[in-house]
Write a protein that binds this ligand. Sequence first.
Ligand code: ATP
Ligand code: MG
Length: 458
Amino acid sequence: MNDARTGAFELVLKLRDAGFEAYWVGGCVRDMLLQREPKDYDIATNALPDQVLTLFPGGHAVGRAFGVILVPDSGKHVVEIATFREDHGTVDGRHPQRVSFSDARADALRRDFTVNAMFMDPVTNKILDYVGGRDDIARRLIRTVGDPQQRFEEDYLRLLRAIRFAATLQFAIEPATADAIKKHATRIIRVSADRVRIELTRLLLEAPRAGDGVDLLDQSGLLNAILPEVSAMKGVEQPAQFHPEGDVWTHTRIMLNAMQTDDPRLAWAVWLHDIGKPPTATEIDGRIRFDRHAGVGADMADTILRRLRFANRDRETIATCIRGHMRFADVPQMRPARLRRWMAQPEFPTELELHRLDCQASHKKDDSQKIIETMQHQLANRISLPERWIRGTDILELGLPPGPEIGYWLQEAYDAQLNGISDSRDELLKWLRHQIAGRIKTCRNGDYLVKRKPFAGP
Ligand code: ATP
Ligand code: MG
């Protein structure tokens, strides 16, 4: 037994020793029946929240009204212990107006899908299945517990959860459940942005083929309700010479299917990277173009990610990746200084992986492949920017007065160093003295003046 499992086992035993019923429940039971490693173990019991807290004084009530107590196990895990309950008054996607504590059967009936509604006795390994969950696991089906229409009307997030589970478990959706999803799809917008974002991100990261998951979102009508900008990629044709695989939607789907990551920023950058193509598509003399699609797409992504209430830093990273995703085409002509500064940015590894997937899902050109491999090698070996040879004090010693010009010349000197203008610090100093001499003159009072305003830049 592993740690999490042992810890959750001990907690069940302790509840049982105190005379209560207790089982493992939900996702962990489903995963064990599928021979998958459960992410965590949840416990359901007939002990009331106060009784759970008396038994586990280190517990923490997260939703005492809902009867959920977080209890640290003997290791480093925290286990959710929930009192059997039924929800009342969950209509039109709102929180239940009242819950009442009840028994295992009622607790199974309030859960979303049959495969998520089973209990397991960890001592005997017996399964308690009131809803036909075991059959649905065998048939690999997502089916609501009870009437699908009613269950979705209670909580519209379940529409999205059905797709997430179908995609992550690679199950089909049972026809009546699928019909009800289609019928209610547009109501997903009544669910809070945070809950939607969490489900979408889990789908992207956990589905073995996220592109197929995104197809399911599309077929259900949920995609158009949540992300119409993504739906718009369908049928947007691309030049066959760069994109033999097909339209923008197909290209994105292939990338998502190839993606293996636990980084939400990469996943979202992949999903949205060409979102600027539909609004920028033009055809001139039979040639398809998407001028400025990266910049337009980055701005659109910013709007979408704000709507979904992403953390600012994640939103900025994703937008940066999208804005820069065509820059790789310039790498062969790029000055070394510019390239090295870019590669030293914290977002760069994510940008590079986005680019690798982008090439792999389209033209697969050998020269791009070589550039990517070289960059990957440099990143893996942490070839970071070298130390500066020239510091502020050197520039002062060259006779320049303190002031904003110092910063300008520091930057010039470092760019020159990175661009390999000289082989040593001494040579670089010489070069710099020469540059500065060409740009300044001495005033009568002995001060220096820079002839050309340096901040106009190169
Ligand atoms: P995962 O392993 O992906 O976390 P899970 O089944 O544990 O899957 P959770 O979201 O952690 O999913 O929820 C735990 C359990 O709570 C579910 O198995 C389900 O029984 C129940 N549940 C969660 N969300 C809902 C909901 N919106 N409506 C009804 N039941 C729900
Ligand atoms: Mg879970």
